[in-house]
Design a protein around this ligand. Structure first.
Ligand code: SF4
Ligand code: SF4
Length: 446
């Protein structure tokens, strides 16, 4: 049997459906799929429901039919594309090199531009993607309101009286990020000197919601990097990476955010741009997908990509030198989809975990299976997300690890909710927090 010829990069068969332009799945990308089905068993939604239409191959087939005008861009297509986690586990399994993440995000952009969602869905999407995430002051204002709800006793009251269960909001309430006392916005524009001889100069990507709910993680990231000889700059002018709008198909916003971030980070020389959020890192590395090949912005995005590193990837490449103290912990590692499948980074975080004296790393079954977080999937598709979380927590519990370590704030929120819902009693830490704790143990024993 001869292998089907790979399509030429850049080859674009005109769509018969009338859809034109960049914001739709491109022939050169979807024609790589040879329908072998090797991705099916890697797909969480296919494994849950056993439906071809909710498998990677089935979704690609629907994209082709829509592009050819043989399937309406209607409710059914939208539902199957919405139900995809964009976890990219299918890319890991695919022998044909199908960039499924690129395809599904293009399909979502096509939906965004050609399909009218119900009123409340439109209003919520517009509020979150257009009027909240790109605006740091609004994020801070919304965070203060949530913090008041969480700390004034209102949350405890709503939980205790059963009101949340009545409103079917109990699980969503558990998945809500805990808002911190100090926001990270005040650190933008600052530079933190390296301890000892400077080995590298890096720029920290601080995130958007992370600045109000993972400020301590950002601070720990700075401590770990500076202790390992890095000067850390937190460039002013940076905004949300655009991952959530890009995943939702709101590409005009994602492009605007990409332009702003490229300006903020490419105006100075850095050895690397680092992030502690695998979901952000994956989008930051893929900024070139947002712009037409050959355009000046595409070229800038490729320069940006060349410097972009997940913090675990960067530290592992640099070689950590900071003294580490003993932590007698049994831990298991949950691969973040966008680190393992999106960025192909699997061993760096594991090597860093194993480098901590006293830590025993026990692998869980299906560690690179999605935990159900998937951006806002746990809010928009809560029931499916909780099914996936239930499997994840069963596998995590089997390891008898006291700590689940991961590399993405979104996964941390989901796993913390999982530990609470399933009563596993496990602590959830970022790889960087484990290193930071170990560094502090070394300092306190001096
Ligand atoms: S991205 Fe994940 S959920 Fe979507 S088709 Fe691929 S494996 Fe399935
Ligand atoms: S493994 Fe790749 S080529 Fe095979 S069906 Fe899945 S996406 Fe298509």
């Amino acid at each position: 049997m001869t292998e089907p010829a790979a399509p030429q990069v850049g080859a674009d068969k005109p769509a018969m459906s009338g859809f034109r332009g960049e914001d739709r799945p491109q022939y050169a990308d979807y024609a790589r799929c040879v329908h072998c089905g090797l991705c099916l068993n890697n797909c969480p939604t296919y494994r849950l429901w056993g439906l071809e239409a909710d498998s990677p191959r089935g979704r690609i087939r629907q994209m082709v039919l829509v592009d050819e005008g043989r399937l309406p861009l209607g409710d059914s297509f939208v539902r199957h594309i919405d139900q995809c986690l964009d976890c990219r586990a299918c890319e890991t399994a695919c022998p044909s090199g199908v960039e499924y993440g690129k395809l599904v995000e293009a399909a979502r952009a096509q939906i965004e531009q050609n399909y009218r969602r119900p009123f409340f869905a439109r209003a919520a999407r517009s509020l979150v993607y257009r009027h909240l995430l790109p605006h740091p002051r609004r994020i801070a204002a919304a965070a203060r309101l949530v913090r008041f709800y969480q700390r004034s006793g209102l949350q405890a009251l709503a939980r205790g009286t059963g009101l949340l269960r009545l409103l079917r909001m109990a699980e969503r309430d558990r998945l809500m990020p805990q808002i911190e006392s100090q926001f990270f916005f005040s650190e933008l524009g600052k530079t933190y000197p390296a301890q000892g001889t400077r080995r590298a100069r890096v720029a920290l990507f601080a995130g958007c919601v992370a600045q109000v709910s993972f400020a301590k993680l950002n601070e720990a990231t700075i401590r770990v990097l500076t202790a390992n000889g890095c000067e850390v700059v937190v460039p002013a002018g940076q905004l949300c990476c655009g991952a959530l709008p890009a995943h939702a198909g709101v590409r005009d916003v994602a492009r605007d955010l990409a332009r702003v971030n490229m300006d903020a980070f490419l105006s100075q020389e850095f050895d690397a741009i680092v992030t502690n959020a695998a979901g952000c890192g994956s989008t930051l590395k893929d900024y070139d997908h947002l712009f037409a090949e050959g355009s000046p912005e595409h070229t800038r995005a490729q320069a940006f990509r060349a410097r972009m590193r997940d913090v675990t990837e960067f530290l592992d490449e640099l070689g950590p030198v900071a003294p580490l103290g003993e932590l007698p912990l049994r831990v298991t590692y949950q691969d973040s989809c966008h680190l393992a499948h999106g960025q192909k980074v699997r061993e760096a975080p594991r090597r860093l975990i194993r480098s901590v004296p006293g830590v025993e790393l026990v692998e869980m079954r299906l560690a690179d299976n999605c935990c159900g977080s998937a951006g806002v999937y746990n809010v928009t598709e809560t029931a499916t997300s909780l099914d996936l979380l239930s499997d994840k927590m069963r596998n995590a519990r089997e390891t008898r690890a006291g700590v689940i370590v991961t590399a993405n704030p979104g996964c941390m929120l989901q796993l913390r909710a999982g530990a609470e819902i399933h009563g596993t009693g496990q602590e959830v830490l970022h790889v960087i927090e484990l290193l930071d704790r170990s560094q502090q143990a070394a300092t306190s024993h001096r």
